[in-house]
Design a protein around this ligand. Structure first.
Ligand SMILES: [Zn+2]
Length: 447
């Protein structure tokens, strides 16, 4: 079976300048050649008219949650229903992503294989099952962990196909986003019947424990203000709020911090990269790991818990020590969050700090990677070929087992291709995985 994407502009993932008006010829599951139009003769080929369209490699997303059947997050939360996992994968696919690294961390190899089989997106796993990370998960949540999940150690996971350790530490065990959008609102609702937003919970968290999560940061006036902002005045006292936030965040926190060093040591032994939760609360530990010789990926280095200056300086320091600097799109563009706009992301691009681009989860509301690339290139803070490489070839090179022979459109590569509108990059039209068209006209092909 031969398919020709005809007359497209091509950004091939290697970071080099676009080629205009070429044909991409796919044979079986492989890119066979890239030719000037009319220079190849493929009488029996299926021709996809891609004139005026942009072809890029399928994106490889190194930071996803809820993309495999099993406990959600590195806190071992109750699994999402299978349909929701499939819907999450559909969404990644329709956004142009053809391979994902699920960093939930406790999913068995068998469950990852089952997910991978059920959906065209290639799903690989990272494991966070080291003793301290497991303990932190059980203290923070652990509600979705079966005995099998608990017993499935990082060592075993790597032996059975996990390509990295990660996410080590997470918003759910390190007092980050997961505490703000999940556990703090749950506990407040249980006590008061009031459902606070993630933003309100986050304000309360910062008032009680600060951005770096320390008990000495407690600020009574700020707690009162946060309670008023969440319509909780009279329903919760300052001491109640302090107890709730501390009770959610602190028990797992120190254990999870210990887990960072422990997991880095195991990753070094197992010879796989380790992806860590890089945020204000964990930055000291992340810096300590950067001094060792493990292959380290600093996940979501644009985390909103950092001040912009702090994020930029920290990322520059890490990068000098060979750490891969990942940025996560989160809900930067569509979330309307007061604490998260594109400024820091843009500043990191402009400073040349970014190595890889992922989405992370953002309570299930992440924006498409291609939307971020569209906006960032239009803002002039990064060039298109460089930005596409950050979401394709660099990710494949950083995680060698994640997407072998993928991430570049060159002869001999696996044909994971995206056809999109150059004027609106997130308007993905066609997606091909392993030479098979799985999205046409922006819709998932079924059957
Ligand atoms: Zn995280």
């Amino acid at each position: 079976m031969t398919t020709v994407l005809r007359g497209c502009d091509l950004v091939d993932g290697r970071g080099t300048e676009p080629r205009r008006g070429v044909d991409v010829v796919v044979e079986g599951d492989t890119v066979r050649e890239i030719v000037e139009p009319g220079n190849g003769d493929y009488p029996s080929a299926e021709v996809v008219d891609a004139a005026g369209m942009l072809v890029i490699p399928g994106l490889i997303n190194n930071h996803t949650h809820g993309t495999a059947y099993g406990p959600l997050f590195p806190s071992g939360h109750e699994p999402l229903p299978l349909q929701q996992v499939n819907a999450n994968l559909d969404r990644h696919l329709l956004e142009g992503t053809t391979a994902v690294l699920c960093v939930d961390g406790f999913i068995t190899a068998e469950a990852v294989a089952r997910t991978d089989e059920a959906h065209p997106v290639n799903v690989k796993a990272a494991s966070c099952n080291t003793p301290a990370c497991l303990e932190a998960a059980i203290v923070a949540d652990g509600g979705g962990l079966t005995e099998e999940n608990k017993a499935f150690t990082a060592r075993q996971a790597v032996a059975e196909g996990a390509v990295a350790l990660g996410e080590i530490g997470a918003g759910h065990t390190l007092g980050g986003g997961g505490a703000s959008y999940l556990y703090i609102p749950e506990e407040i609702a249980r006590r008061t019947g009031v459902r606070v937003t993630a933003w309100q919970a986050n304000q309360l968290k910062i008032a009680v424990l600060g951005r770096h999560i320390t008990t000495s940061a407690f600020d009574r006036d700020a707690v009162e203000e946060a309670l008023a902002g969440a319509n909780l005045t009279g329903k919760l006292s300052v001491e109640d709020a302090r107890e709730i936030v501390s009770g959610v965040v602190l028990p797992a926190f120190d254990i999870a911090l210990r887990g960072l060093a422990e997991a880095a040591e195991q990753a070094r032994e197992l010879d796989v990269p380790v992806l860590v939760h890089n945020a204000a609360a964990s930055m000291t530990q992340v810096a300590a790991i950067a001094r060792t010789d493990v292959r380290l990926i600093a996940g979501h280095s644009n985390h909103p818990s950092f001040t912009p200056r702090e994020a930029l300086d920290h990322a520059a320091w890490l990068k000098e020590r060979g750490v891969v600097i990942d940025v996560s799109i989160l809900d930067t563009f569509g979330g309307g969050r007061p604490d998260l706009g594109p400024e820091l992301l843009y500043a990191m691009f402009e400073a040349g700090l970014v190595d890889t681009i992922s989405t992370d989860y953002a309570a299930g509301h992440h924006d498409p990677i291609l939307l971020a690339i569209d906006r960032a290139t239009k803002a002039g803070v990064v060039g298109l070929p460089a930005a596409i490489a950050m979401a394709t070839s660099t990710v494949a090179d950083t995680f060698p087992g994640l997407a072998p022979r993928r991430g570049r459109i060159v002869p001999g590569a696996v044909a994971d291709l995206v056809v999109t509108d150059p004027a609106a990059l997130d308007d993905v039209r066609t997606v091909m995985i392993g030479g098979r068209i799985v999205v046409r006209e922006g819709r998932r092909v079924t059957g």
